[in-house]
Design a protein around this ligand. Structure first.
Ligand code: HEC
Length: 174
């Protein structure tokens, strides 16, 4: 009787081990799938509808629009993108993918104002959507501000100074 019991125990234990092995293997497979999926997601370009891409900024750049946008930026965006847009805000480390460096002139030259407007409006995890929180005008103001971050080598507002050559790269520091 005792023997029977032991045999029953061990087949039970074996069955148990087998289920656990299967569970473990499925778990590993699941983790792999998630990792691969995440890797693909990360490099996916933002898909922005053509008509939105072509939209022009209705707001004219001025000191007051930039100042207002700056206030919103410090409140809503700087914790991730950093005070000057480098993607080094205090919360940046908590996010994956990390917040973009929006001072990168080479990259920013490849996106249109309409695209930036769309990105701010829709967001993309972990970046939140701002279309409910901010008005259209506020978002277009932010587009101007975002542009100003990457503008050190390509000034957005053309200054007609005869001697602009030397000072053109020295962006005013606040
Ligand atoms: C919670 C952190 C977080 C906040 C807050 C946030 N962002 Fe982002 N932002 C991100 C991340 C992360 C990405 C990259 C998303 C991706 O590529 O999938 C991003 C991407 C962007 C991009 C696209 C840059 C590119 O790669 O072309 C712009 C523009 C931008 N953010 C502007 C803003 C503005 C303006 C605000 C405030 C209104 C803001 N973000 C608030 C995290 C944040």
């Amino acid at each position: 009787m005792c023997e029977n019991f032991l045999v029953a125990m061990s087949t039970d234990a074996q069955a148990n081990l087998k289920t656990r092995k299967i569970l473990f293997a499925s778990l590993l497979a699941l983790i792999c799938i998630v990792l691969v999926y995440a890797a693909f997601q990360r490099d996916k370009p933002w898909i922005v509808p053509e008509e939105v891409k072509k939209r022009k900024n209705p707001i004219a750049p001025s000191d007051s629009t930039l100042k207002a946008a700056r206030g919103i930026y410090m409140h809503e965006c700087a914790q991730c993108h950093g005070e000057h847009g480098k993607g080094d805000g205090p919360e940046a480390m908590m996010h994956d993918p990390p917040p973009s460096d929006i001072t990168d002139t080479r990259h920013m030259n490849t996106v249109t104002d309409g695209e930036i407007f769309y990105q701010i409006s829709e967001g993309r995890k972990p970046m939140p959507s701002f279309k409910k929180r901010l008005t259209e005008d506020q978002r277009w103001g932010l587009v101007l501000l975002v542009r100003s971050f990457s503008a050190s080598s390509a000034p957005p507002i053309q200054e007609k100074k005869p001697d602009a050559g030397k000072n053109a790269t020295a962006a005013p520091k606040e």
